[in-house]
Design a protein around this ligand. Sequence first.
Ligand code: ZN
Length: 273
Amino acid sequence: MNAPTTIAMAGERMVVVVAHPDDESFGCGSLIAAATAAGAGVTVLCATRGEAGERRPDPVTDTWPLGLLREVELCQAAMILGVDDVEILDYGDSGFSGPLEPGSLVATPIADVARTVGRRLAQLEPDVVLTLDGSDGHRDHQHLRDALHIAVASLDRPVRIVHSCLARSLMSEWAAVMTAAEPDREHLGVADLGRPDDELVAVDTSAVLGLREKAIACHLSQASPFEALPPDLRRRFLTTDFVVEHTPDADAPTSEPTDPQTHQLAPFEGASR
Ligand SMILES: [Zn+2]
């Protein structure tokens, strides 16, 4: 295969900080696979076990606790993507909306989450950290992103922060497909999903498409956001990744918990997340 474009080079360490099992595959699996193929070491820190999600019926696993099932799926996917290590940070899954359970990620003050993430980053000594940009509207993604910014700022060495982003042009096509498929779903008015294309850097990850597809398929309990898409759109989602290198002063993180009432958009990453 051709050498993939990568955000982490041979010998570098990348820590991927995500909120739920499947974020690493549905969200940024190609960036991980490209980095490990290039020789970078990768650790995934996953804040929750995704236990607030829905699940697809499966007679083999229906009796498993969803969090355990999703942790197993995460580990399977991570192995395919070439990840060295997976760690769960033991926060509760906040869910996309609704009341927050004590101990859930969004119920935990950002400063506390930042301290926990910062402690692990200080030990792992990454050159680059990768997280989702939160432009899918999921409150867990946004809360963790903001905590990560604070955590990296607390480190005594420079670390690149890369956001894995959703391109607004692709998201509008995605929303059109989903609206046609589910016309009664009121909250698919998603004009603000994704980030404007001209803010993003495109990364050709077509060389690792096969690994990305295999990693996505590990998450059997979840409906991927790509499965209802026509083949051409699916391929465009999965062969070009969009990133932004976060500049710390560009959008100062807040120390306030994410307001769950401000996120009313439909989840991009499957019906369950
Ligand atoms: Zn997620």
